[in-house]
Design a protein around this ligand. Sequence first.
Ligand code: PEP
Ligand code: MG
Length: 571
Amino acid sequence: MSETESVDHKTISGISANSGIAVGNIVCIDNKRRKVLPKSISETEIDFHLKNFKEGRTTLITELSGMLDYLDAQSGSIIETQKQIILDAEVEKRVESLIQDHLFSSDYAVYKTFCDFIERLKESGSELFQQRIVDLENLRDRFIDVICDDKKSFSIEKGTILVTKELSPTELVSLHANGLSGLVMEKGGITSHAALIAQSLEIPCIVSAKNATSKAFNVKGILDGREGILILDPEKEILDKYKIKLEKLKKTQRRLLKNINEPSLTKSGTEFFLSANIEFESELGQLAKYNAKSIGLLRTEGLLFSNKIGFEDQVRFYESVLSATEGSVTFRLFDVGGDKLNAKIPEEANPFLGWRGIRMLLDEKDLLETQLKALLICAGKNKGRVKILIPMVSVEEEIFELKKVIATLQKDLSGSGYKIDKEIALGAMIEVPSAALNAENLARHLDFMSIGTNDLTQYTMAVDRGNEKICSLYQQQHPSLWKLIKITAEASLKTNTEIAVCGELAGNVLGACGLVGLGIRNLSMIPNAIPRIKEELISHDDSELKELAESFLAASNTTQIKEIFEDWRVH
Ligand code: PEP
Ligand code: MG
């Protein structure tokens, strides 16, 4: 049976996006997206519509600013990005031109501007941007509500478990403030923005729950985030069982946090390193909270998204990240399929197999050189702490070409009097099967490799990682993945090249145990996963972990791997 099918008529199943248990009343909403048809205005109405747009924008900014008061850093940064989008000069120019030059009403001008932007993101092939589309659709719809003075928004009672098609971060944040206790979404992957915010706000959450809105009804329910199930109208015995589970869970959370200052050693005394995946500046506070000394993956696409790709903006951002971190920071070069600022996103038949990551960067030399220059200057000031990571490498020549660009820039910079770090570490994401299979050759030209299991799963299983129709095939723990990881780990050993894993598998208990079992000691993950992973790894010795990894490699499917892990854990 697939992960998204119902277990029985009283249970709705999906994929766990955040663990935890919620018991409360279910509210089911079918939130349809807006459709605004073109409406023409006369020239005498232009001023009214321009004013309407500007006033709507101010109201929306006030609304979003109000949310920041009760948000943590991660969620706050998402709202900050939304504010920047609303205030973006390009958005203003387009909306005003649609009103003034094309005589469209303000609501249609906003609708059309956002829809065009969303279309370009859809075509970009960037997973990160695909996941942000729901945020933009919500932002667009809320903007139109405000312009049309449509107060439509719904409120919930404290403790509610919400079942819906999809939710944007803004909606989730305001529902959380009203006391939302659990979330079930039909759409979205485990890396969708709403799922990330649910983790940050510690709301139990299930995604990709097929037909959940037509199956659920407004009764009492239990949401078991870890198991990925919502139980409708539970019997008393089930409720009692979950009350006990809930108590246990609270105890575990208290215990986990106590561990974070303990040494990171397996029972055999082998050291491992857990670092953080970070995207926004405002997430930096999480480093200290979870005692992460290094950033194993700094995603830089947020800079593109918020239009901050000028040299000065980049230097300021990179310096701020470095000064908030004790150890090294692995800066990944822009991993997108196009540059929204100069409308170069092309239409491609297969964007995920298209002009992405290093493929695009080597064609877009200005974009690449500005980013490298900013990073090389920061590296000169922070010797040994800046690492550069190349996304989407599929062939060796991409590394050669990038190295040439770096060497020329270093020469120019040192000629202009800048300090440079001649030993700056260069690594490649191993996220395409060709890179994993050829890792030994790639490694000879690199200082480190970082396995991106999210994309490696997508490209190995031939499954679009954001497509909920086939999400049951998006199996990060499949034996084929373990085989590719093993080849990469062996290549690292043979060539004496550092290796890390920065995909979601590293932040998963089964995944982390298997990876350390294969000899990989550097794992980078969403910061709040660190305590749980640490607790698991410190409680096993090396031979147990090795034996586990060997059984994963011998298995023939993911179900077997999960069973092997459960058995291994209890014995
Ligand atoms: C990955 O592909 O595993 C990865 C870490 O990068 P992203 O999720 O940003 O594609
Ligand atoms: Mg990737």
